[in-house]
Design a protein around this ligand. Structure first.
Ligand code: ATP
Ligand code: MG
Length: 669
């Protein structure tokens, strides 16, 4: 059990389990804080309590958040709430007694006492109190570094690190609701044992897919609290429910449990044994799959997620409430967004209010992907051949599967490569004959033909715009050769450049699941980026560096229609309505061109150029290899792909482009 387990080791460990449920429990065991980590945190809290008591008499330091909400992981921060209520009372008492002792004495008492004496907590601003907290941390707590007051945050905090203990911490002073919702998460965990492994698994999945993380560093991502609420909401919506609606919990609470915090009803039973266990008997394996299914189909745009009610509420109700509240003294409604998840207690707060549409879309798409995978046998059954199975495949990092991180700028720089093997045999006899005399130039001339053909596939068959800029990144002393259908191309010294084998998906060989899953995995894996280390269980994949290419072209491609979608259907229709039966399924160049035209027409084609292109991306077309492993490669660099459109296009091009290119080469003159 190591705090810094590598993804490879984690994958290996999980694959040894015997069931998905066991894998999920294993994640908890591997990630949760160890006993010694817990006692270290407790010691630090005790030390802070002692120091702060010196300056803030009768204050309380309370831990909340992941250190104590039962969703702890090794690296989680230490969230602390400095409760100054008693200190305020203490100060008011002291003020009263000094005032009674005579006017002017209060001022004197303030300057003599601790540093708190310089501040009246009843009137000080949160920023002033935070500055004081920061000063105490800096000056009086051994081992504390990097102290920084962040007053501008929604919930102002003082951040610090404890170098020796390897801990990051936050101290807040206005966060009573968070202490209460932490208690609520603890309660839910004790209500049903399935919640914890589910949350750990989904948190790790979301982290790998760059959907959730620290909002300070990661852009508009889901925070862990919001993600946990999404899991709990899903569990409230099982039939029968795994967790009760918060409204029901509140109703089941006793008089002693009553709790109003900052004006919000935060009542729930403190003792979980008062509540009946869930009648739901679904196992973790199926619940995880159902989670992905649930959110892949969820109508985020039209609903508000309410854990209090335990169901989705129509967003329309909130729109009118917002209007009514306008100008009145009524409490403001939640900030509605692409994803609206109401806090179970602070009902005017959307915990996912920081998300943008892109993150919401990515979340839904990743859920769809995961749901698809969970339908395969690979997910459900341990591989008899020692292959990667179960939850492990859900954890492939997003960057490694070609998509753009949800919070960041997109897929720029991703190395998405399509390889076209050197097959001069596909050229007509006469051309081949002519080329063979050309010695080393043979490959370049073949490449020129390939570029011509690829250009025609984009422009002619798929009705895309292709901007051919001058060659960049070309090497060698020779000038542009002009080969390649009007493209400028520079040719370098045709020395043999050894490369790895062309990009092939080794994954198909590894699949041991149903044909459906096999196909999904196979095509998905082909999308693997060449960046970074390959995910566990995948074959080493080649990279190509333009610096190694014998020739490179730089193009920009604009796609105006979803030419990859519905092709099969449109093709079928065309064949049915066409004059004869001569057209083979899969289509020739003409048929495919017609398919595109039909798609463009149905999408309201013709307006191209007026509106912005649906997709725009760079394509580097390179000639690689020596005498034996010559090939043309196309590297795609999408600007951003939050919508996943590029990924779909790339998916389609992977088989379509080489096939069509080949057909056009066969006709080359
Ligand atoms: P981790 O620190 O591992 O990311 P965490 O649950 O501690 O997980 P933090 O962002 O540190 O997450 O937040 C600490 C606590 O503050 C949460 O557990 C939750 O109780 C509360 N909290 C965080 N974000 C919100 C929010 N948007 N609305 C309400 N409470 C929140
Ligand atoms: Mg935290």
């Amino acid at each position: 059990k190591s705090p810094s387990m590598s993804p490879e080791l984690l994958s290996h460990a999980l694959c040894q389990a015997n069931s998905v449920a066991e894998q999920m429990q294993m994640l908890v065991d591997l990630f949760e804080l160890s006993d010694s980590e817990r006692s270290t945190r407790e010691l630090l809290i005790a030390l802070l309590q002692e120091v702060f008591n010196e300056f803030f008499p009768e204050c309380k330091i309370l831990a909340f958040g992941s250190s104590v909400n039962t969703f702890d992981i090794h690296s989680c921060d230490l969230d602390l709430f400095l409760d100054l209520e008693n200190t305020k009372t203490f100060q008011a008492r002291a003020k009263n007694s000094t005032e009674q002792a005579g006017e002017g004495q209060w001022e004197d008492a303030r300057s003599e006492d601790s540093i708190l004496s310089d501040m009246d907590l009843a009137t000080a601003s949160p920023a002033e109190v935070l500055d004081l907290v920061a000063t105490v941390l800096r000056k009086c707590v051994p081992g504390v570094h990097k102290v920084q007051a962040v007053s501008s945050a929604r919930c102002p905090v003082v951040k610090f690190t404890h170098r020796d203990l390897g801990l990051q911490g936050d101290i807040s002073i206005n966060n009573r609701l968070a202490v209460r919702n932490t208690r609520f998460l603890q309660l839910c965990c004790s209500l049903d044992k399935r919640l914890r492994p589910l949350v750990y698994t989904i948190r790790y999945w979301a982290k790998q897919k760059q959907l959730a993380g620290n909002p300070f560093g990661g852009g508009p991502l889901l925070n862990n609290y919001a993600l946990t609420l999404l899991v709990m909401f899903f569990l409230q919506n099982r039939d029968p429910p795994v967790l009760p609606a918060v409204r029901l919990l509140s109703a089941a609470a006793g008089e002693a449990d009553k709790c109003i915090t900052e004006g919000w009803d935060c009542t729930f039973p403190n003792d979980p044994s008062m509540l009946p266990p869930s009648e739901n008997t679904e196992d973790l394996c199926s619940l995880l799959a159902c989670f992905f299914n649930f959110y892949s189909q969820f109508d985020f745009a039209g609903s508000v997620i309410s854990l209090r009610e335990g169901r989705a509420l129509p967003i329309t109700g909130f729109l009118s409430a917002e209007e009514e509240a306008e100008g009145s003294a009524a409490r403001a409604g939640p900030r509605l967004g692409p994803m609206t998840v109401l806090d179970p207690f602070e009902l005017s707060h959307n915990v996912a209010g920081n998300l943008n549409e892109r993150t919401e879309r990515s979340f839904r798409q990743e859920c769809q992907e995961a749901a698809k995978y969970c339908r395969s046998l690979q997910y459900q059954r341990k591989s008899a051949k020692g292959k990667v199975w179960g939850v492990v495949r859900l954890f492939t990092p997003r960057g490694a599967s070609g998509g753009a991180p949800a919070g960041s700028g997109g897929g720029a720089g991703k190395d998405l490569v399509i390889s076209i093997p050197f097959r001069p045999a596909s050229l007509p006899e006469a051309v081949r004959h002519q080329l063979q005399d050309a010695g080393d130039r043979f490959r370049h001339l073949w490449f020129g033909k390939v570029c011509q053909a690829v250009g025609r596939v984009f422009e002619g068959v798929l009705a895309c715009g292709l901007l051919r800029s001058g060659a960049e990144g070309a090497r060698g002393e020779e000038g542009p050769s002009g080969v390649g259908g009007g493209n400028e191309m520079q040719v370098s010294d045709p020395e043999v450049v050894k490369q790895d084998a062309p990009a092939v998906c080794k994954e198909e060989e590894e699949c041991d699941s149903s044909p459906h899953a096999k196909c999904q995995q196979g095509t998905k894996r082909r999308l693997l980026s060449q960046e970074g280390s390959p995910p566990p269980g995948t074959a080493k994949r080649p990279r190509w560096d333009p610096a190694d290419a014998l020739a490179v072209l730089n193009w920009r491609c604009q796609v105006w229609h979803k030419v990859w979608a519905r092709r099969r259907k449109v093709r079928r229709e065309l064949l049915k309505s066409g004059p004869g039966d001569g057209q083979p399924e899969g289509g020739g160049v003409e048929l495919e061109t017609q398919v595109t035209e039909r798609i463009a027409l149905e999408e309201g084609g013709g307006a191209r150029g007026a509106a912005a292109a649906l997709l725009e991306f760079g394509v580097e077309v390179g000639l690689l290899g020596g005498t034996e492993d010559t090939r043309a490669v196309l590297r795609f660099t999408p600007e951003e792909d939050a919508s996943g459109l590029f990924q779909d296009l790339f998916h389609f091009l992977e088989s379509f482009l080489p096939r069509m290119t080949e057909k056009l080469l066969e006709r080359a003159e």
